[in-house]
Design a protein around this ligand. Structure first.
Ligand code: NAG
Length: 111
């Protein structure tokens, strides 16, 4: 299970723009301001993307927390919505198609 997931993530990253989302090292809290950081290893002109905060739970919710993010900047401060406590991942997705995932962080806790 873990290896399957890992290989999917790797292929997404290599296919897309070599965007790497840093996994938060401490838990995040609902309604608090957080800073998302990432690395963009694409040397070509990048396009914008959106950030989703997606629950790792089966059938879990997904929250759009930032739209039209420029990959160049490498960091972004957002205020989290009020989410159910649990394990989440950050996903960078196509602004018009959330199923088109460019990159995904490892899971971390939102409390
Ligand atoms: C985003 O998704 C739309 C709709 O599927 C597609 O036309 C567009 O090319 C995608 N954008 C990128 C940058 O992949």
């Amino acid at each position: 299970m873990f290896f399957t997931k890992l290989s999917v993530v790797c292929s997404i990253v290599s296919l897309a723009s070599a965007l790497i989302i840093n996994t938060p090292s401490t838990p995040w809290y609902s309604d608090e301001e957080v800073t998302i950081t990432w690395q963009n290893q694409n040397t070509e002109e990048p396009s914008v993307f959106s950030f989703l905060l997606t629950s790792s739970a089966v059938g879990g919710d997904s929250y759009a927390i930032a739209d039209d993010v420029s990959p160049v900047s490498g960091h972004l401060t957002v205020t989290l919505p009020n989410v159910q406590s649990g394990s989440y991942v950050l996903e960078a997705v196509n602004v018009t198609d959330v199923n088109d995932v460019y990159a995904e962080s490892a899971s971390f806790e939102v409390l």
